[in-house]
Every structure is written in structure tokens, then in C-alpha cells.
Design a protein around this ligand. Structure first.
Ligand SMILES: [Zn+2]
Ligand SMILES: [Zn+2]
Length: 317
């Protein structure tokens, strides 16, 4: 089968179709999407070598499996189910976990993947395949609100109007929060405003303006310090950014201001799928372009343009 491999560069390779392990099923990938994490991996994040990609919609093809023929999306952490963290309900932190296209597990930029059946969620018929691809990043956005119970009366600043920042903003809007989304790029801020989000260019944020919760979705190591500088003492900083080059925050300011720093990664798929199915979050304006799988290297070039949002790969095109 064809797969996009990352060694020191991206190349399309012919590799064997994966053999499902016990508990796993074989999935034909229909659509996938390029995430910022993929772009960071090719800059050195996680030191991953292999088939990239973790956002997908696929069809189960394993014979006689109850999911056979179903359109599915899949959670990206493959866990053991037996360790302390799995048994205490923290499966995404399993000590022996592998992560699709990020750590120790073949990714989805390929014709087929093999995944634990328990990771899969059936996509409702009313949800189109390219939109279902957004389940994983939307779950990551919803995770913030699963972790942190924010007060609707308190101001929230979201830094970064990229792919994840827009999804986080859409979920914040849905819940009636007093949120403002800032982006260093005027174009990205006005794109967000065009979606009906409360967004402004970062240049309009005064140094003394502060919020109770700041969410860093900048995808830049400078985002942490920026977000901290706009947080009220006692406030919470939610960190969604993972970058190849780590940030060096001033820890004194965290102590003096009694800030809470909350790391936030993968979220639950069920609430994200529900938001998409009920059309409470519509990610379709976030699709910048679609490429056939054979053009995936061109798709990566396009994804690196600052003006790009989500790039969708059509595996059957
Ligand atoms: Zn992602
Ligand atoms: Zn485990």
C-alpha cells in the first residue's frame, strides 16, 4: 500500500498492509487531514519516524467484525487497559501507549491502518466524511471544558486563530462565554470575525487588558509568555500548544501571581461527534483545500502557508 513516510524528509513509500493485532481491526482510510502536530513532527517534535497522520475518517474492512463496513473515526491513543493510569480512567496517559502517527504507531496518511476496535466511533450517516475528520481536533477543543469548569461571567482570552484556536472559539461561543480570540495576523483575526466569532488582531489588545482564563492555541513557544502577561493573578492558563522548540517561561511570575497552568491534549470523541452531528459546530469554512493522496507532499507545502487552515486529503480521489 501507499503511505507517506517521514524520515528526514517526506516521501511516499510502498509498505505492507498492516496486520491487525488481537483486538484491532483494519480500516481503509477515506479522508485525512494535516494537523499542526504533523508540521511540528517534521521539524523534530517527538522524534517520530514513520507514517505520519492521526486525523481521519475511514471504513472498517475486517471480515465478520461487528464494525465491518461502518464509517468510523478513531481515537489516537492506543492504551494497554491494564496499567495504573488506564485503570484510573486516564487511558490517554497509559504508560505503554502508542499514538497514531505521533509515537510508535503507524499513522493515517496511508491506504490502510490497523487500530484497536475500542478506539473507533461510528460516524452518523448525516455527517460527511471530510467533516468527520474534525472529530479529533474538536475533541481536543472540548477537552478544555471537560478539564476546567469556567464561569460564564468571567472573561476568557483565546490566543491564536489557527485551526485549533477557531475550534476552541466555536465551542466557547456555543457555551455563551465572554471570550475574545486574538491573532497576531490581521488576516486570521478577520477570518475568525467573518465566521461570527468575537475576534480581534493582537495589536488591539492593550498591555493592561487581562482575563481570568487564557487559552494558548498559538502553536508558538512565545504563546505561553504572551498568555501569562494577560492573565489576572489567580487565573488559569490553558496550554494547547505543542512545539518542537520548547518555551522557557518565567516561573517566578507563576509563583508570585499564583497562576494555575493547565496542560490540555486529547479529548473525548463522543461529545465532539455530537457537536458535529447536531451542526452546533460547523468546521466546513476551516477547510482551505482538498488534495488527492498522490499530491500529499504538495498538500504539506500548502499546509505550511500561514494563510492555510485545514488541508483535507482525499484517499480515493
Ligand atoms: Zn491533530
Ligand atoms: Zn495502560
Amino acid at each position: 500500500m501507499q503511505a507517506l513516510f517521514f524520515e528526514n524528509e517526506l516521501i511516499i513509500k510502498n509498505i505492507p498492509i498492516p496486520e491487525p493485532e488481537p483486538g484491532e481491526v483494519l480500516v481503509k482510510v477515506l479522508y485525512s487531514a494535516i494537523c499542526n502536530t504533523d508540521l511540528e513532527i517534521i521539524k523534530g517534535y517527538m522524534g517520530f519516524r514513520g507514517v505520519l497522520g492521526h486525523e481521519f475518517t475511514g471504513r472498517v474492512i475486517s471480515d465478520k467484525h461487528p464494525l465491518e463496513g461502518k464509517t468510523v473515526v478513531g481515537e489516537i491513543n492506543c492504551s494497554c487497559g491494564r496499567c495504573y493510569l488506564c485503570l484510573s480512567g486516564r487511558r490517554t496517559h497509559c504508560t505503554g501507549r502508542t499514538v497514531l502517527g505521533i509515537a510508535g504507531h503507524q499513522g493515517v496518511f496511508a491506504d490502510f491502518i490497523s487500530l484497536p476496535a475500542e478506539n473507533l466511533h461510528i460516524v452518523p450517516d448525516t455527517l460527511e466524511g471530510p467533516l468527520a475528520v474534525f472529530t479529533e481536533p474538536l475533541a481536543a477543543a472540548v477537552e478544555i471544558f471537560e478539564q476546567l469548569h469556567m464561569k460564564p461571567s468571567k472573561p476568557v482570552f483565546i490566543f491564536g486563530a489557527g485551526k485549533l484556536g477557531l475550534l476552541v472559539s466555536m465551542v466557547a461561543r456555543l457555551q455563551g462565554f465572554d471570550y475574545t480570540t486574538f491573532d497576531i495576523s490581521d488576516e486570521k483575526a478577520s477570518f475568525a470575525s467573518g465566521l461570527g466569532l468575537n475576534a480581534k488582531p493582537l495589536s488591539e489588545l492593550e498591555p493592561g487588558e487581562k482575563a481570568e482564563v487564557c487559552i494558548d492555541c498559538t502553536g508558538s513557544s512565545a504563546g505561553l509568555e504572551l498568555a501569562l502577561s494577560h492573565l489576572w493573578p489567580g487565573g488559569t492558563l490553558v496550554l494547547k500548544t505543542t512545539v518542537a522548540e520548547p518555551a522557557k517561561p518565567d516561573l517566578n511570575s507563576i509563583v508570585i501571581n499564583e497562576f494555575t497552568i493547565l496542560g490540555s491534549r486529547c479529548g473525548l470523541f463522543k461529545p465532539a461527534l455530537r457537536l458535529l452531528e447536531r451542526k452546533l459546530v460547523d468546521p466546513s469554512p476551516l477547510i482551505s483545500e482538498k488534495f488527492a493522496f498522490n499530491d500529499i507532499i504538495k498538500a504539506f507545502e500548502c499546509a505550511q502557508k500561514p494563510s492555510s487552515h485545514k488541508i483535507i486529503i482525499e484517499h480515493n480521489a
